[in-house]
Ligand binder design. Structure first.
Ligand code: NAD
Ligand code: MG
Length: 390
C-alpha cells in the first residue's frame, strides 16, 4: 500500500484528491490530513480514510479537533510546528494543496524525507523555486506539477528533449471579468470576482483568476519548474478552458493538451505517474463542442501579467515579495477595504519599493530569507492599501 498525506485536505484540491483516494481505498494507507477551520470536514475525512493523524493549522481549534476525533484512535494536532512535523512522517506521496506561501515549509520538509511531492501549491515555486528544486535534487525526491497547465506541459514533454522546446503556451479562461467594459472593473464586487466561468475552485484562486494574478503566478511557476526563459512563455486567452497548455517545438510542431476542466485529471496524473490510469473525468466530445476560441490577453485589463515579467527579470527573492504583496492585497479586497483594481496597484507599488527598502532581495534563497522578504512585502502592501483607502 502506498503511504500518502494530504496538506490542505479540506480545500478544493484536497477534496478532489480525497475523491480519487476513496475510489481505491485498498491501495492507500493515509498518514496525515491537514486543514484549517473546517474541523467537521477534516475529522470526517480522517475517520473515513482511517488516517493516523489530523492537523488543523489553528492552535485554538485543537480542542474541537480532539473532540471530533474522540474514540477514533486518530491523533490530533494543531499549529505550524504540527504541520511541519506531519510533513516529516514517512510517506511515499504527499499532496501540497495548502493555499499561499504557508504551503512552502511543509513542502520542503516533505521533499527532505524523499517523498514524491504533488505540487498544487504554486506559491511555493513562485516564492522559492530554486530552493524547492535543489531540495528535491539533494534528497532524490520528485516534484510533480498539479496545476492543470503545468501538468499539461509536463505531459507534453514526455519523451521529448527540453532543448527542442521553443515556447510554452499556457491558457487562461480570462476569469469572471473577461468581457466586462474596462471602466466597470473598479466597481467589481467580491461576489462577482468569486465566480469562475469554467472551474470550481477555492475562493482565493478564483479571484486571482479574475485579476489574472493566478496566471501571473503560473508564468513564474512555468519558468521555475521547466527552467525555460521568460521570453519562451506565452499566455493565451481561451474562454472554453479545454486546451490547458501547448508546447511548441523547434520543428514548428505545437502539442496541445486537452481535457475537461476537472482538476481530478491533473491530480490523478500526479498520483499514478508514470502510469496513466482510468480517471472519473468527463470525456470531451469535440464535435459537440464545435469550436475553440483563442485570443491574446489584454494587458490593460490584466496588469498582473506585466508585473510577472518584471518579477522574472529581477529574480532572486522577488517572486516571494510579489506573492506576499498579492496575498495581502487579496486579503484587503476580501475584507472589502479596497477595490478590485487596487490589488494590482498595490503589488505594483510594492515591487517598486522593495528593492530600495530591502538589502535582502539578492540574498541567498533560504527559507529564512523568503520568510523575511514575505513579511517586508506584506507590510508594504498594508501601507499601500491604507493609502488607497484613504
Ligand atoms: P482552498 O482555499 O479551497 O483550500 C486551501 C486549503 O489550505 C484548505 O485545506 C485550508 O484549510 C488550508 N489552508 C489555508 N490557509 C492555510 C494556512 N495558513 N496554513 C495551513 N493550511 C492552510 O484552495 P484550493 O483552491 O484547493 O487551492 C489550493 C492550492 O492549489 C493553491 O495553491 C492553488 O493556487 C492551487 N490550485 C488550485 C486549483 C483549484 O482548482 N482549486 C487549481 C490549480 C492550482
Ligand atoms: Mg492553473
Amino acid at each position: 500500500m502506498r503511504k500518502i498525506s494530504i496538506f490542505g485536505a479540506t480545500g478544493s484540491i484536497g477534496q478532489s484528491t480525497i475523491d480519487l483516494i476513496r475510489r481505491a481505498p485498498d491501495a492507500y494507507d493515509v498518514v496525515a490530513l491537514t486543514g484549517g477551520h473546517n474541523i467537521a470536514r477534516l475529522s470526517a475525512d480522517a475517520i473515513a480514510l482511517q488516517a493516523d493523524l489530523a492537523v488543523t493549522a489553528h492552535d485554538d481549534r485543537l480542542e474541537d479537533l480532539r473532540a471530533a476525533l474522540a474514540g477514533s484512535g486518530i491523533e490530533a494536532a494543531a499549529g505550524q510546528a504540527a504541520l511541519i512535523e506531519a510533513a516529516t512522517r514517512p510517506a511515499d506521496w504527499i499532496m501540497s494543496a495548502i493555499v499561499g506561501v504557508a504551503g512552502l515549509a511543509p513542502g520542503l520538509k516533505a521533499l527532505e524525507q524523499g517523498a514524491t511531492l504533488a505540487l498544487a501549491n504554486k506559491e511555493s515555486l513562485v516564492c522559492a523555486g530554486q530552493l524547492l528544486l535543489q531540495t528535491a535534487a539533494r534528497h532524490r525526491a520528485r516534484l510533480l506539477p498539479v496545476d492543470s497547465e503545468h501538468s499539461a506541459v509536463f505531459q507534453g514533454l514526455v519523451g521529448e528533449d527540453i532543448a527542442a522546446v521553443e515556447r510554452i503556451i499556457i491558457t487562461a479562461s480570462g476569469g469572471a471579468f473577461r468581457d466586462w467594459p474596462l471602466e466597470d472593473l473598479k466597481e467589481a464586487s467580491l461576489a462577482q470576482a468569486s465566480s469562475h466561468p469554467n472551474w470550481d475552485m477555492g475562493q482565493r484562486i478564483t479571484i486571482d483568476s479574475a485579476s489574472m494574478f493566478n496566471k501571473a503566478l503560473e508564468v513564474i511557476e512555468t519558468r521555475e519548474y521547466f527552467g525555460v526563459e521568460p521570453e519562451q512563455i506565452e499566455v493565451l486567452v481561451h474562454p472554453e478552458s479545454l486546451v490547458h497548455a501547448l508546447v511548441g517545438f523547434n520543428d514548428g510542431a505545437l502539442m496541445a493538451h486537452l481535457g475537461a476542466a476537472d482538476m481530478r485529471h491533473a491530480i490523478g496524473y500526479a498520483l499514478h505517474w508514470p502510469e496513466r490510469r482510468d480517471l472519473p473525468v468527463a470525456r470531451l466530445d469535440l464535435a459537440a463542442i464545435g469550436q475553440l476560441n483563442f485570443r491574446a490577453p489584454d494587458l490593460a485589463r490584466y496588469p498582473a501579467l506585466a508585473q510577472a515579467r518584471d518579477v522574472m527579470q529581477r529574480r532572486g527573492l522577488m517572486g516571494a515579495a510579489f506573492n506576499a504583496a498579492k496575498e495581502r492585497a487579496l486579503d484587503h479586497f476580501i475584507a472589502d477595504r479596497i477595490k478590485f483594481t487596487d490589488m494590482a496597484e498595490i503589488t505594483a507599488r510594492v515591487l517598486e519599493q522593495i528593492e530600495t527598502q530591502s538589502g535582502l532581495i539578492d540574498s541567498a534563497m533560504t527559507l529564512d530569507n523568503v520568510t523575511q522578504i514575505d513579511h517586508i512585502a506584506r507590510k508594504l502592501a498594508d501601507v499601500a492599501a491604507a493609502q488607497n483607502t484613504g
